[in-house]
Each structure stands twice: as C-alpha cells, then as structure tokens.
Design a binder for this molecule. Structure first.
Ligand SMILES: [Zn+2]
Length: 95
C-alpha cells in the first residue's frame, strides 16, 4: 500500500481507490505523485492486454467476450494497483 511521503501515513486500499486520479493524501491533503519506479512497474500492466490478445484469438472468443475482457483486465489492474503504487512528493522524471 502507498505511504504518504509528506506525513508518513499509510493509505488503505479504499483510500487509494478513492483518490486514484488525483492522489491527494486523505490525512494531510497534500498532492502526491506516483514515483518513477512505481510508474515503470505499472507500465508493465499495459502489456497484459498484448499478452492476452493471442489467447483471445486462439480461444476464438466471441465479440461479447472480446468486449468483456478489457473490462475484466481494467478491474484487475484497479484491484492490484494500490499494492504496487509508491508515492513521491514531487513529480519524478520517468527515467
Ligand atoms: Zn499525507
């Protein structure tokens, strides 16, 4: 779970989901940023659909399944994201 770099409070999963777009600390209100190392890791999530795509074709999914799959993936990413999210006080350059 992410820890606020300003006040040192640990965010719960629920608090992280609530502020996932803004990343404002629920304790001190300070804006937090995703750290560069955390962003690199979450960037790997973008590869999941690419990995699943061949399986999709292989299993000969119907259009309905093909539409549900991205929703399921997005949901899974949202569930896992707070566990890998690391915070920073400033916006760090990617590399
Ligand atoms: Zn804080």
């Amino acid at each position: 779970m992410p820890t606020c770099q300003n006040c040192g409070e640990k965010w719960t999963w629920k608090q992280t989901i609530k502020t996932i777009l803004k990343l404002n600390c629920p304790y001190c209100g300070r804006r937090q940023y995703e750290s560069a190392s955390s962003r690199r890791r979450s960037g790997l999530f973008a590869l999941i659909p690419l990995v699943l795509l061949p399986f999709n074709a292989w299993l000969d999914f119907s259009i309905g399944n093909a539409l549900i799959l991205p929703i399921v993936i997005a949901f899974l990413i949202l569930v896992v994201y707070p566990f890998i999210l690391k915070l920073s006080n400033e916006e760090e350059p990617f590399w």
